[in-house]
Design a protein around this ligand. Structure first.
Ligand SMILES: [Zn+2]
Length: 313
């Protein structure tokens, strides 16, 4: 669904590997370690929020050998499904929903000054299994899609083992890049990160209001969904996404004229229509599938499921 980036590719990540080390290699490693110590002192110009909620552990493996390259991030080990947290206010600038590549499910968060963060190996399994079902809403938090603004401390995804982490302990591979692209060792920033997760009350207060008023089956087995959505703060049209069976299938904007919404005092251009939403990869909606609409907050902080229904069996 999401394409590879054209300007910069994400750092390739490979499972840890042990290799015999020569004396020369040891000397090179010592020099590299000294350079890394200096690199570890580099940090974004603000305190980041720790990217994993709850109990986790990590040690400094930046620069460790990974096949033909070196480890360009830190691996933060935890349990599958543990919430991943936005390290800073910013925008989701790239995502991959797909596990056929080494880094698996991933997202890129870019702050307003150009520093960016990669979150790699997001969850691809049904809770309690290793089935690789890769439901969108079990990898990424509701409302997370390219272009979405998020606030520091907001849940943006879930820890997992997708990509070549399948054979390792579930972990988040976390990278920090400077504006322009140079990677830094995130270790120092992680040590000094604050632990913070926005509360459910904060999320609800930032979430749009709205409804999915009608789910109508089309002759071809897809569904037409109509409704409305209004941002919690602004009167501009908000983005809405249709989820079928937990997978984000289509994104639209709630900007159609709806004069019946005038009494709310927030303007009338808040209606939306999904004309034809089907299964992941196309075709009719699967029988009995859960169908939901998520409304995205414009400034970040929380998105809401504004209506759900179940496809006929
Ligand atoms: Zn890693």
């Amino acid at each position: 669904m999401y394409d590879e980036p054209s300007i910069h590719d994400v750092t390739a990540e490979e499972a840890p590997r042990r290799r015999p080390r020569s004396r020369r290699a040891a000397a090179v490693a010592a020099l590299a370690a000294a350079a890394l110590f200096i690199a570890a002192c580099e940090k974004p110009p603000y305190q980041i929020v720790f990217p994993v909620a709850g109990t986790s552990n990590y040690s400094d493996t930046f620069g460790a050998p990974r096949g033909s390259s070196t480890h360009e991030g830190q691996d933060i080990f935890g349990a599958k499904g543990q919430p991943l947290i936005a390290a800073a206010d910013g925008t989701i600038t790239w995502m991959r929903w797909g596990t056929g590549v080494r880094s698996g499910n991933l997202l890129q968060l870019t702050d307003d000054t150009g520093w960016y963060y990669y979150y790699i190996h997001l969850n691809n399994d049904t809770p309690g299994t290793d089935d690789g079902a890769n439901r969108y809403d079990q990898a990424f938090a509701d409302g997370i899609s390219i272009g979405q603004r998020v606030k520091a401390g907001e849940v943006i995804g879930y820890l997992g083992d997708s990509g070549d982490a399948e054979l390792t302990t579930p972990h988040l591979h976390f990278e920090i890049h400077k504006p322009g692209g140079a990677v830094i060792n995130p270790y120092g920033a992680l040590l000094e990160a604050r632990r913070f997760e926005r509360t459910p009350e904060q999320r609800v207060a930032a979430s749009p209001a709205g409804a999915a008023e009608a789910f109508v089956l089309n002759p071809d087995g897809t569904v037409r969904i109509t409704g409305w959505a209004i941002d919690a703060v602004r009167n501009d049209p908000v983005r809405v996404s249709a989820y079928i069976g937990g997978n984000l299938i289509a994104t639209s904007t709630a900007g159609f004229e709806r004069t019946d919404l005038a009494p709310r005092g927030r303007g009338t251009r808040h209606g939306y229509t999904f004309a034809s939403v089907g299964a992941r990869g196309g075709g009719p909606v699967p029988k009995g599938a859960e169908m939901c609409v998520v409304a995205h907050s414009i400034e970040g902080g929380g998105s809401a499921r504004i209506g759900c229904s179940t496809a006929p069996k």
